[in-house]
Design a protein around this ligand. Structure first.
Ligand code: EPZ
Length: 438
């Protein structure tokens, strides 16, 4: 498995282009299953999870062409398989996003239950409850969700859905299912993430009638059928946040291009509070550097959008190890999302964990060490810590970071970081066409 070798201590300087959002591309690719017509998606990031989603769609019978590396033309004209198998779902929980579209268009779907992952148990009960509200019959058989549209009607039925908890992919699954249901669906306490809004925009381009995306109440008037569409995926706000922290933690200066500052408003304002100077150059460009007064400890609590995103918690914790004072970090979304803390403790960080609260004392002098990545955002945190640590850091299992960051080591090297990927028998793990790209 690949590793990263990083020698820290270099302030980053230069320009970085932000890729498209993984967490918008995944539901938008699944949405192509709602029509037999071609759906063309631009600005799709070239990351491992996208490759997995593409394979899933092809296994179902869709064709996925990539006229350009970041453009996907998906045509679900001949779907013959209605099952997302365990082997795929276990590698990427977001595969569950095919459940709503398959059920809505074909009246049947079989999807492996995702099971837990490193950051939490992550059940999908709210997805299933929502589909049952739309009239679906849902059973669990041998680790699979087996769902069918109401007998005799063949179509899902519009309904009122109240989510007990805000769920991003739950909202997206129900949103897609409701587009082809008979009648009106109203979702209450829906997720407001920019990725949900982006999906709704695509669905409306396909001919759906979605209103209120981005607010807690989304309404969908079901239609008979959906058609072709072309759509550009929004920039990745978590990659944007990660590079904002990279500039601040190294004491460097970066210009981030092709991003969408408005989607990172809460992260930007928190970083400014913590002493980071961030200028919105225009609607797609940010300029960032550490303020002359240095970094100050500031508390955060992770919550659904538009509050502080859980996907930036780990990166923010790395920054707080370099800030003056004590910061309290509360993780309210996932029950086990502090795996990066114990790795940073091995570098000398002063972090105390108490359940879902982490207390960070800084600033400390981090020293390089051999580290293990446990999940996507934890690995980004370790890369950031390695960039500021004295000496050499080796990060193992970087396949986690490849899931959601496009060429992160190349982007960092282009702005002065001393980072390289140590490949270990990659030829065995990746198909020949993809060697050298990731
Ligand atoms: C999405 O996951 C993102 N993934 C995650 O990003 C992100 O961390 C998360 O939203 C929260 O922002 C994608 O969009 C592909 P949830 P999702 O359903 O939809 C509980 C990354 O790093 N819950 O909003 O799976 C759940 O356990 C990834 O890119 C239920 O109890 O998250 C959690 O505590 C990691 N029952 C909370 O709700 C359900 O049916 C929020 O989860 C569904 C969720």
């Amino acid at each position: 498995m690949d590793k990263f070798r990083i020698t820290g201590g270099r302030p980053l300087a230069g320009r970085v282009s932000i890729s498209g959002a993984k967490n918008s591309s995944l539901p938008c690719m699944a949405a192509a299953l709602l029509t037999a017509e071609p759906v063309v998606l631009h600005n799709v990031p070239y990351v491992r999870d996208i490759i997995t989603q593409r394979r899933l769609l092809e296994d179902l019978g869709a064709t996925v062409l990539t006229p350009e590396l970041r453009t996907h033309k998906i045509t679900a004209a001949h779907i013959e398989v209605f099952e997302a198998p365990y082997d795929l779902v276990k590698t990427m929980r977001a595969s569950v996003l095919v459940l709503g579209p398959l059920l809505a268009r074909f009246g049947k779907a079989k999807v492996s239950l995702p099971g837990g992952c490193a950051i939490g148990t992550r059940p999908i009960d709210l997805h299933l409850e929502g589909l049952q509200h739309l009239g679906a019959e849902v059973n669990l058989e041998a680790g699979y969700v087996v769902a069918r549209a109401p007998a005799g009607r063949g179509r899902l039925q519009g309904a009122e859905i109240h989510f007990d908890k805000v769920t991003v992919t739950g909202t997206e699954n129900l949103l897609m299912a409701a587009t082809l249901a008979e009648g009106k669906t109203t979702m209450h306490n829906a997720a407001r993430e920019p990725e949900v809004v982006d999906l709704a925009e695509l669905l409306n381009r396909m001919g759906a009638r979605v209103r209120g995306a981005g607010t807690p109440t989304i309404t969908v008037e079901g239609v008979e059928a959906l058609g072709p569409a072309e759509h550009t995926i929004i920039p990745d706000r978590i990659e944007t946040g990660t590079f904002l922290v990279a500039a601040a933690i190294t004491g460097g200066e970066l210009e981030l291009r092709d991003c969408r500052p408005e989607h990172s408003a809460t992260v930007i304002s928190k970083l400014r509070e913590a002493g980071v100077e961030i200028e919105e150059v225009n609607q797609s460009t940010l300029h960032v550097r550490r303020g002359a007064g240095g970094l100050r400890a500031r508390d955060i609590t992770t919550e659904p959008h538009p509050r502080f995103p859980t996907d930036m918690q780990a990166q923010y914790m790395a920054l707080m190890t370099q800030a003056e004072g004590r910061s309290v970090i509360k993780e309210t979304i996932f029950e086990n999302r502090f795996m990066h803390a114990s790795e940073m403790q091995r570098m000398g960080a002063r972090i105390a964990i108490d359940g879902r609260t982490a207390i960070v004392d800084g600033p400390v002098h981090l020293t390089g060490a051999r580290l293990q990545a446990s999940d996507l955002r934890a690995s980004a945190c370790l890369v950031l810590a390695g960039l500021v640590a004295a000496g050499e850091t080796i990060i193992e299992r970087v396949y986690h970071i490849d899931r959601g960051y496009e060429k992160i080591e190349a982007k960092l090297r282009s702005v002065g970081a001393d980072i390289e990927r140590l490949r270990e028998s990659v030829t065995a793990s990746l198909p020949p066409t993809e060697i050298g790209v990731l």
